[in-house]
Design a protein around this ligand. Sequence first.
Ligand SMILES: O=C(O)C1=C[C@@H](OP(=O)(O)O)[C@@H](O)[C@H](O)C1
Ligand SMILES: C=C(OP(=O)(O)O)C(=O)O
Length: 450
Amino acid sequence: MAAQSSAAPRPLSAGRSGPLTGRFRVPGDKSISHRALMLGALATGETVVTGLLEAGDVMNTAAAMRAFGAAVTRDGDGTWRVRGVGVGGLLEPTGVVDFGNAGTGVRLCMGLVAGQPISVTFTGDGSLVKRPMGRVLEPLRRMGVEVIARSGDRLPLTLRGAATPLPIEYRVPVPSAQVKSCVLLAGLGTPGVTTVIEPVFTRDHTERMLAGFGAAIEVETDADGVRTIRLEGRPELKAQHVTVPADPSSAAFPIVAALIVPGSDLTVEGVLMNPARIGLITTLIEMGADITLENERESGGEKIADVRARASALKGVTVPPERAPSMIDEYPVLAVAAAVAEGETMMLGIEEMRVKESDRVAAVAAGLAANGVSVREGPDWLAVTGGRVRGGGHVVTHLDHRIAMSFLVLGFVADRPVTVDDGAVIATSFPDFEASMTAAGGGFTEEQAA
Ligand SMILES: O=C(O)C1=C[C@@H](OP(=O)(O)O)[C@@H](O)[C@H](O)C1
Ligand SMILES: C=C(OP(=O)(O)O)C(=O)O
């Protein structure tokens, strides 16, 4: 499958919307989807994945796993099958491996390559080539991986895996599930025990899924919440059946839309409720949101629930820095909720937002200002004061799907339509966003703001 490339930009506008109602489905979780394909590719036997996210980022991971020799196929009913090559069995791809827009895809895959004596050249789109890769290259170099990269450790770059990598003990210096996961996946191909120390808890899908595929992995959490993860290298991973729950990061858009559009009452079905992923729900409830979790249940070893959101009068709050990892991708849409809340919402400790698909602190501040919203930013904080939204602004998305979706939601409550310069980027994580929002009552328009 072709890597997602920079398709022609497609401006898209959203205008004042009637109530959003009914039941809403968002696609499968992106983090779990990447990991299911990767671990499936390293397992023996056939891994069956239901609910896989069929969006640009994950399709690039599927293409990469094929390039490494795994058989990755889709049944007519949307079930995916991965016939793996076994830990240590990855083939050297014949071409460059292009991960498009996907930071998670490329950083985790670099870990997979570490313990295999193969050379792989990675690249990405205009956004991914600007993102920092040193954070994963540094531990990989310590494990014995050879790196050929431009100065600044950006893509494109080539890795040569080590025949016998060294197990390391690695204290993750930034709160990043991608860095943690890269080292753990590198540990799979490494003889001995690889140890990752995680001072700040980040999403734990890699740990959970490694255990599910049969790896010997143990996690200890001390009194200060510091987690020590130990993984025994070179296990035999056994194919699994993975059920991917609905992505809370995608659910964030209809949830916020329903809270801010008067008269709305919307239920998003089967959303992943992993504690490391629900910081936005906690914050919205603190802001006074009428959110209820219904039909709470377990699926694929994770808690899920239907999330019902009703239009609410929101109030500004301070979001503490320690909450950032559990909602890192949701701040752009939180800023939209803050734009209509009473008073100021202060988001603290959000410096990691600056190294996502775009500098999201800067992109959110610029987009809000262009639409008449009062906003201030600092190196690691953003403050938004709510009120009536003038709208009528053009928003630059910088190849960032979450910026595009967030500002279209802002358009639903603005006096004049809000236009994003490129709605095509939404295909990275939520291809049916426009259709699903329209079906629920969302107000898209072809009209371009002046
Ligand atoms: O591990 C993952 O699946 C992800 C981790 C987060 O990135 P960081 O690890 O850079 O914080 C998040 O922003 C990204 O969308 C998905
Ligand atoms: C940051 C994101 O993804 P990634 O790092 O995988 O590109 C995201 O989806 O918001």
